[in-house]
Design a protein around this ligand. Structure first.
Ligand SMILES: *Cc1c(COP(=O)(O)O)cnc(C)c1O
Length: 381
């Protein structure tokens, strides 16, 4: 065969919607910083992972399953769904397990959005909601958070119209750590018109210690048009194996099941999630470590005169100032990976995941050293 004389190796045009997509920017991986800066020790506080590691019960369950990996996984993750149903006291038909929470956002978008629909999002928030909307050619309406990154139900309601299909609410919100109190959440639900689905992303619910916080699971039983998203990537420490789940009434879930691939959650992920869900010790230890770590970061930041947002989550958003980009780079050189805020339009901010006591101390020490050597006085900025 003659070689193809056409110089363009891909004359096939992709969907126009793809031009509007920007790839997700994850936290910089440990190996990359190691090789770029020739460092051994890296402290990664960039992706809100569990600093205690995976649930030990999950590790054990996965080891036991290894000889069975020639078998396909259960297509509906029935054991996991059964345990979730008991745990949350909702029927099994209300749950779907997914390949991380991210997959659920995509499935939800595929099942419910089309051209002409509108999606209402807080801003700044998790970027995957926007991805799902763009993929399906739905329009995006952003509702800026108020002073101190607080939610305003009135601002959200103002943007809802007859074209609105989904309203996303990330509570606690990534990257701000702020949340919507229960009474405000029910006020929102009582005022949303029929035909609008409220999506509550509760990825960080376990870290929310405020008495008036709710992840919204009880609102499903109360019959509201709500879908609640959860993940095993955060408190359960299983980000690497990819598993999450969502809950909603059976009639809402029905459409989502139609777009799901049969074997979307791999067998190891199913067994790990099931074991982690029952690992109360690991969950409690993780929660306690995070509460202490959050306080440690607050105190350390205050000592450096760095303003921060009080967080109901496992990260703290810190206002570094005009030279946040420089501080981010300097932290990398010293082996500390955090998340810069510019992807959210927060150029003056860094998002710091809560680590172990030692990791938090290391981060705070490095911030101190940078402020001295680079002549950055945080409070002056
Ligand atoms: C981490 C996260 C998720 C889920 O992530 P997966 O790893 O895909 O399960 C969902 N929403 C928010 C806001 C998150 O931060």
């Amino acid at each position: 065969m003659q070689p193809n004389p056409n110089p363009n190796p891909n004359p096939i045009s992709a969907r126009a919607a793809l031009d509007r997509m920007t790839p997700y920017t994850p936290g910089k991986p440990i190996w990359e910083v190691q090789s770029e800066y020739g460092l051994d020790r890296i402290v990664k506080l960039a992706s809100n992972e569990n600093p205690l590691g995976p649930s030990p019960k999950a590790l054990e369950a996965m080891r036991e399953l290894l000889p069975e990996l020639h078998r396909y996984p259960d297509d509906r993750a029935r054991k996991l769904v059964g345990a979730l149903s008991k745990h949350y006291r909702l029927p099994e038909s209300h749950f779907i397990a997914t390949n991380g929470g991210d997959e659920f956002i995509k499935l939800l978008s595929e099942a419910y959005l089309e051209k002409g629909d509108e999606v209402v999002l807080p801003s700044p928030t998790f970027s995957e909601y926007e991805f799902g909307a763009i993929l399906m050619e739905a329009a995006i309406v952003k509702v800026p958070l108020r002073e101190g990154f607080r939610y305003s139900v009135d601002d959200i309601l103002e943007q809802v119209c007859e074209r609105t299909k989904l309203v996303y609410l990330c509570s606690p919100n990534n990257p701000t750590g702020t949340y919507l109190p229960r009474t405000e959440l029910t006020r929102l639900l009582d005022r949303l018109p029929r035909g609008v689905l409220l999506v509550i992303d509760a990825a960080y619910s376990h870290f929310a210690s405020a008495a008036d916080y709710t992840d919204g699971m009880d609102l499903i039983a109360a019959g509201y048009p709500v879908v609640v998203l959860h993940t095993f990537s955060k408190i359960y420490g299983l980000a690497g194996i990819r598993v999450g789940f969502a809950a909603a009434s059976e009639s809402i879930m029905e459409a989502i099941l139609r777009v799901k691939e049969p074997f979307n959650v791999n067998a190891l992920a199913q067994t790990a999630a099931l074991a982690a869900l029952g690992d109360k010790e690991h969950i409690e230890a993780s929660r306690r470590l995070n509460e202490k770590g959050r306080r440690q970061l607050y105190e350390g930041l205050a000592r450096l005169s760095i303003p921060y947002v009080e967080s109901m989550s496992n990260f703290v958003l810190a206002e570094i100032g005009e030279r946040a980009g420089v501080v981010y780079e300097e932290l990398l050189k010293r082996g500390v990976i955090v998340r810069p805020g510019h992807g959210w339009g927060l150029d003056r901010w860094l998002r710091l995941s809560v680590g172990t006591e030692e990791e938090n101390s290391f981060l705070l020490e490095q911030l101190y050293v940078i402020s001295i050597t680079k002549g950055i006085l945080f409070k002056d900025m």
